[in-house]
Design a protein around this ligand. Structure first.
Ligand code: MF3
Ligand code: CO
Ligand code: CO
Length: 257
């Protein structure tokens, strides 16, 4: 690890991170009802873009980020992450991850959830549940004095026990004034290893879990990541603040706050 700069947020910055996180979660709460058979991922993008810019007075962070052309990521079925919204029409049985990042008063909130179109297959449901549980097992490791390896190990152990696999090429990240800050938050690892956590750090936990092998492939569009074996993939993401006593999830759904 060469020259890691992990920012510690002061009280005022923590307030702003809380606001950004809440707004990102509100977008997911809003879009859920629109995930139905017949809608295109591009239409979901338009709805989120309008809500973020007009209702929230915020900025959709993905738009023009390193050339990304849309305001949200929509990753359907075997798409692992960074799916670009477009003409694709959702159909019954599809499983889609919607990943929202907003900027408010200079700070980022980043969160994603899985949505099903109608009733999903048993395998897709089980995969999404295991990814969800693994995210929470990772989050529950967060506290001052704990290490990033504790987070990765908890996630990896749970996923592999269910005979699914953890994607290695993409990870969680520090977050704040920048979309992606140090440290990298790997979703695999060893207990007791890695960076020691400190109060005031803000980071994401966002495991990508494949039903088949862990390998991924980048499509020629330069963004869309798919499973190499075309197996299903699922992901959930929260932005979290490390507190003096443990953690505070900044991107909870309104119903869970
Ligand atoms: N929201 C993604 C993450 O969790 C990053 C998306 S980058 C984009 O880190 F450019 F594809 F939007
Ligand atoms: Co993220
Ligand atoms: Co994200």
């Amino acid at each position: 690890m060469v020259s890691m700069t992990v920012t510690i947020k002061n009280a005022d910055e923590q307030v702003k991170m809380r606001v950004a996180g809440r707004l990102a979660a509100d977008v997911l709460d809003m879009i859920g009802d629109h995930v139905k058979a017949g809608v295109t991922t591009g239409e979901l993008d338009t709805l989120c873009h309008r809500y973020i810019t007009e209702d929230q007075g915020a900025i959709p962070a993905p738009l023009n980020y390193r050339g990304f052309p849309k305001s949200i990521c929509t990753s359907v079925n075997h798409v692992v992450c960074h799916g670009i919204p477009g003409e694709r029409t959702l159909k019954t049985g599809d499983a889609v991850n919607i990943d929202i990042t907003v900027i408010k008063e200079g700070f980022h909130g980043d969160t994603s959830r899985m949505f099903f179109v109608g009733k999903a297959g048993i395998q897709a449901q089980r995969l999404a549940q295991v990814a969800f549980d693994s995210m929470w097992l990772g989050i529950n490791e967060l506290a001052p004095g704990k290490r990033l390896g504790d987070v990765g190990a908890a996630i990896q152990q749970h996923v592999e026990k269910q005979r699914f696999s953890v994607v290695r090429e993409y990870c969680g990240h520090g977050i704040g004034r920048a979309f992606h800050e140090d440290p990298q938050v790997l979703h695999y690892g060893s207990y007791g290893a890695g960076l020691e956590l400190k109060a005031g750090m803000t980071l994401t936990v966002e495991p990508m879990v494949n039903a088949g092998k862990p390998g991924v492939r980048l499509l020629p569009d330069g963004w869309t990541v798919v499973t190499k074996d075309h197996s299903l993939s699922a992901q959930w993401e929260h932005t979290i603040l490390i507190t003096d006593t443990g953690f505070e999830v900044l991107t909870l759904s309104a119903g869970d706050r």
